[in-house]
Design a protein around this ligand. Structure first.
Ligand code: HEM
Length: 401
C-alpha cells in the first residue's frame, strides 16, 4: 500500500485541543491517508471530502456513518432511517423530511423564533455577564426547537445528554463515548417516549411526521424513528453552531463591528462560523467497491473517515482559511455536508442562527470574553462547554428595538 500512514488519533483529547496542525498534516500527507491506530483510511482535503459526499453509490451510509461497521457489529440502536440509509429507502424518508422542514415551514416559524431571540438577548443584556454556552447557545434551541417539534415543556434538557451520546457513538468506543453513555442512560427511555404520537402536540414537526402514516407514506414504527432523528440531530448541533458564532464574534471584533453596522449580515455571520468551526467535524462512509482516491486504490468494504472540519479550512480551496470573514463567499462549505445526505435541518439551524445574531447586532454594543473558554470533548462535535461573556446595550435607542 502506498497510501501514507499517519500516527494520529483524531478521537483523543490532544487532537481535540489542537486539531488544526493535525488537520494540516492530514491534508498535506496526501489525498488519502491511512490511520493504523484504527485500521481506517481518511480524507481531509476539500476536493476528496466533497467528492465522497456526492458519490453515495461508491460511499455508502448503510453500514453506519461512524467507525462501527454495521455489517460486522450490531448497531447499538435501531439505525437512522435518514442518516444510515442509502437510496431507495433514503429517498422515501428524505422526501417526507424535506416537506416537514420546508422553506414554507420555516417562514411560518420565523416571527416566533425572532421574538424569542430578541427576548433572550434583552434578558442577557439585563444580566450583562453570562455564560454564552449555557445561557445562550443551549438556552435558545432548547426553547424554540422542542416547541416547533411539539414536545412538552418538562425535561427538555434531557435532549443534551442524548445528543451528546449519539454524536460520541460515531467514534471509537473510547472514554468520551463511555462517559456519554453513562450520562445518557437515565434519559434513553424518555427520548423513546417523546418520539411517539401520543407524546406530541397536534401541530408541529412531530405531528406532520406521524400524519404521513395515515397517507401510507411511512409506517407507525418508521414515524417514531424519524421523530427520533430530529430529537437527536436538532439540538446539540445548533448548540455548537450558535456557540461557534458567539466565539467567532467575540474573537474577531472587526467582524462584530461589521455585523452591528449591517445586521442583515447575520445569516452570513452564522454560515461563516459553521465553516470555520465546523460543529460537526467528521462522518464516515463505507466503500461499496474498489475506489480510486487521488490515484490510490482503496478496496471494497473499507471505512473512510471524512474530515469535514479540515476540508472547510483547506487552503487549496479557501483564501485565508483560518480567518472569520462574515461576507466570505462560502456557500460551498461542507459544514452541513452535501449531496443526498446534506443536512435536512440546515434551514432550521440557519433560521436560529440568523435571528439570534440579528438580535445581537441590533441590541449589543460590546461583546467581551471575561474568562477562560472551556472545551467540550465529543468524538464528532466541536464546541465549548463554557464561554464567559460580558455584553453591553447599544447606546443609540433607535437601534435597540
Ligand atoms: C449547525 C447545525 C447543524 C450542523 C453543523 C449539521 C450538520 C450535518 C451534517 C454534516 C450532515 C451530513 C451527514 C452525512 O453526510 O452523513 C447532517 C445531516 C443531517 N442533519 Fe444536520 N446539522 C445541523 C443541524 C441540524 C438540525 C437543526 C437538524 C434537525 C432539525 C438536523 C438534522 C439532520 C438530519 C436528520 C440529517 C441526516 C440527513 C440525511 O441523511 O438525509 N441537523 N447534518
Amino acid at each position: 500500500m502506498t497510501i501514507p500512514a499517519l500516527d494520529i488519533d483524531p478521537f483523543s483529547r490532544e487532537f481535540f485541543d489542537a486539531p488544526f496542525p493535525a488537520h494540516a498534516a492530514l491534508r498535506d500527507a496526501g489525498p488519502v491517508v491511512y490511520l493504523p491506530r484504527y485500521g481506517i483510511v481518511a480524507v481531509a482535503r476539500y476536493e476528496q471530502v466533497r467528492a465522497m459526499l456526492l458519490d453515495w453509490q461508491s460511499y455508502s451510509s448503510v453500514r453506519g456513518v461512524g467507525m462501527s461497521d454495521f455489517s460486522r457489529e450490531k448497531p447499538w440502536r435501531l439505525p437512522s432511517l435518514l442518516l444510515e440509509t442509502d437510496p431507495p429507502l433514503h429517498d422515501r424518508t428524505r422526501k417526507l423530511m424535506d416537506r416537514v422542514l420546508s422553506p414554507a415551514a420555516m417562514r411560518a416559524l420565523r416571527a416566533t423564533f425572532a421574538t424569542a431571540a430578541d427576548e433572550l438577548i434583552d434578558t442577557l443584556l439585563e444580566r450583562g455577564s453570562f455564560d454564552a454556552v449555557r445561557d445562550l447557545a443551549e438556552a435558545y434551541p432548547l426553547t424554540v426547537f422542542p416547541d416547533a417539534v411539539g414536545m412538552p415543556r418538562e425535561n427538555r434538557r434531557f435532549l443534551l445528554p442524548y445528543g451528546n451520546m449519539v454524536f460520541n457513538s460515531f467514534g471509537p468506543r473510547n472514554d468520551f463515548f463511555e462517559a456519554a453513555v453513562q450520562d445518557a442512560a437515565p434519559v434513553l427511555e424518555w427520548v423513546q417516549a417523546q418520539s411517539r404520537k401520543e407524546a406530541l402536540a397536534p401541530a408541529g414537526f412531530g405531528a406532520v411526521i406521524h400524519a404521513a402514516v395515515d397517507t401510507g407514506e411511512i409506517t407507525a414504527d418508521e414515524a417514531a424513528v424519524l421523530v427520533r432523528s430530529l430529537l437527536t440531530a436538532g439540538v446539540d448541533t445548533t448548540v455548537n453552531g450558535l456557540g461557534a458564532a458567539m466565539y467567532c464574534l467575540a474573537r474577531f471584533p472587526g467582524q462584530f463591528a461589521r455585523l452591528r453596522a449591517d445586521p442583515s449580515l447575520a445569516r452570513g455571520a452564522f454560515e461563516e462560523a459553521v465553516r470555520l468551526e465546523s460543529p460537526v467535524q467528521t462522518f464516515f462512509r463505507t466503500t461499496t467497491r474498489a475506489v480510486d482516491i487521488g490515484g490510490e486504490t482503496v478496496g471494497e468494504g473499507c471505512k473512510v473517515l471524512m474530515f469535514l472540519g479540515a476540508a472547510n479550512r483547506d487552503p487549496r480551496q479557501w483564501e485565508q482559511p483560518d480567518a472569520y470573514d462574515i461576507t466570505r463567499r462560502n456557500a460551498a462549505h461542507v459544514g452541513f455536508g452535501t449531496g443526498i445526505h446534506g443536512c435536512v435541518g440546515a434551514v432550521l439551524a440557519r433560521l436560529e442562527g440568523e435571528v439570534v445574531l440579528s438580535a445581537l447586532a441590533r441590541k449589543v454594543e460590546t461583546l467581551e470574553i471575561t474568562g477562560e473558554p472551556v472545551r467540550r470533548y465529543n468524538n464528532t462535535l466541536r464546541g465549548l462547554s463554557s464561554l464567559p461573556l460580558h455584553i453591553s446595550r447599544h447606546r443609540s435607542p433607535g437601534r435597540s428595538g
